[in-house]
Design a protein around this ligand. Structure first.
Ligand code: NZQ
Ligand code: ZN
Length: 386
């Protein structure tokens, strides 16, 4: 295990009927901008609960943040922050609304003219406007981490950045919100969280025994609750375990002291930027090919995962590792998630070359846990995923 320093300052308020508690977390003299997405919160009662809790607060609203939060839309929100002299941001939504809010937190105090500059630079963000969140979609873990991913249609880019200033001050996790989530988004959430764990686990044995067990526990819980959540999102026990698993999958805990990969996400983000494919689905497309391509480097962890998570006991390390990849792909398919790029677009020729070129242009010469995955490797992996 390598040395680490770990601090996660986000306060989690978890459970039934907890949205009303937001008023206790926001300074009483704050001028709040409440940010939300395309309107689901107006149909499922979350909007009303937030408004009721903040009925005596100084509140301005901004709706319409789209899935894969779009820079141009966020720049409209930034104008409001400046004009209205906002001092506190409240995200009410899924990963896209929370990520958009994180961008705005940084942009609100940025001294340069063009916020896209700090997005592109990817330097750690050290100051931001304070913000909290009300999570409506378990998936990304954005409610308890300091990362964000912003899209820009104009340039077909989707870039991740973050920093210590971008942890939410608090996040409210009321599992009852999942009752209104369409099945497509529920299975996206399960797949995204599952892959977050894989990105931090499927590397090489690094002596992080507890981190491995935490990771395997989250994967097993996601596998256990998936059918229940899909069958009946109002099953509170399943919903609560789903929501907490997604948060724990990417709040920093399981990655301490061990290597991380994240190449699946880097390739996946390009597929969303090019084709608009849902984030989680791009991961299901890339992951099986990525693990097959990097089989030798990852086979020990693949075999351990196969044994401990999927009860694969037959054969040697290679057999178990291979079966584990197959089982993972089958799991995605059982959720109703397609795992080939050609399932999503017929216009895929040239995608791999384009991604490799983008990685080269950005200087991403070595991705993965050993910084050894070149743009040419990424090209081959994406081709395998056609
Ligand atoms: O916009 P509204 O109308 O709210 O509808 C949303 C949206 O259409 C809907 N939805 C959310 N909560 C709902 C609901 N519908 C009914 N009932 C509810 N309770 O679901 C749709 C998808 O929402 P979105 O926020 O886009 O989904 P998700 O949470 O999966 O976020 C995806 C974004 O997060 C980024 C992804 O790249 C993508 O841009 N990620 C952020 C990460 C992070 N910050 O740590 C890590 C992830 O790997 C990921 O990259
Ligand atoms: Zn993800």
């Amino acid at each position: 295990m390598t040395n680490f320093e770990f601090k996660n300052p986000t306060k989690i308020i978890f459970g039934k009927d907890t949205i009303k508690k937001i008023i206790e977390e926001i300074p009483s003299d704050a001028k709040i901008l409440m940010l939300y997405g395309g309107g689901s919160i107006k149909k499922n009662g979350v909007y009303d609960q937030v408004k009721a809790a903040l009925k005596n607060a100084d509140l301005v609203e901004f709706g319409g943040i789209p899935a894969n939060p779009e820079y141009a839309v966020l720049m409209d929100a930034l104008k409001i922050i400046k004009e209205e002299k906002i001092t506190y941001l409240l995200a009410v939504g899924g990963g896209s609304v929370i990520d958009g809010t994180k961008f705005l937190s940084a942009a609100a105090v940025y001294e340069g003219d063009e916020p896209w500059d700090f997005v592109k630079k990817r330097e750690p963000i050290k100051k931001g406007m304070p913000f909290g969140t009300v999570l409506t979609l378990p998936a990304t873990g954005s409610e308890m981490n300091s990362g964000t991913v912003i899209s820009r249609k104009e340039t077909q880019e989707k870039l991740a950045f973050g920093g210590p200033a971008l942890f939410p001050q608090f996040s409210v996790l009321d599992p009852q919100v999942i009752t209104s989530i369409p099945e497509r988004q529920l299975v996206n959430g399960i797949t995204d969280a599952f892959t977050h764990v894989l990105e931090q686990y499927m590397t090489y044995p690094a002596g992080g025994f507890l981190q491995d067990r935490f990771a395997e526990g989250i994967l097993q819980t996601l596998i256990e609750i998936a059918p229940r959540v899909i069958k009946d999102p109002s099953d509170y026990e399943a919903a609560a375990n789903f929501m907490w698993s997604c948060t724990m999958a990417l709040n920093g805990l399981i990655q301490q002291g061990v290597p991380g990969d994240w190449a699946v996400h880097m390739m996946g983000h390009e597929l969303t930027a090019m084709y608009g494919i849902d984030h989680a689905r791009t991961l299901a497309v890339v992951a099986p090919s990525h693990y097959k391509y990097n089989f030798e480097a990852k086979k020990e962890k693949l075999a351990q995962y196969g044994e401990r998570v999927w009860n694969i006991t037959e054969g040697n390390v290679d057999d178990k590792a291979y079966a584990a990849i197959e089982r993972t792909e089958a799991f995605f398919k059982e959720l109703g998630i397609d795992t080939k790029l050609s399932d999503y677009t017929s216009d895929y020729e040239g995608t791999a070359e384009k991604i490799a070129q983008r990685f080269t242009d950005r200087g991403w010469k070595g991705l993965g846990e050993r910084q050894a995955l070149t743009p040419q490797d990424a090209e081959k992996i994406v081709k395998m995923a056609y």
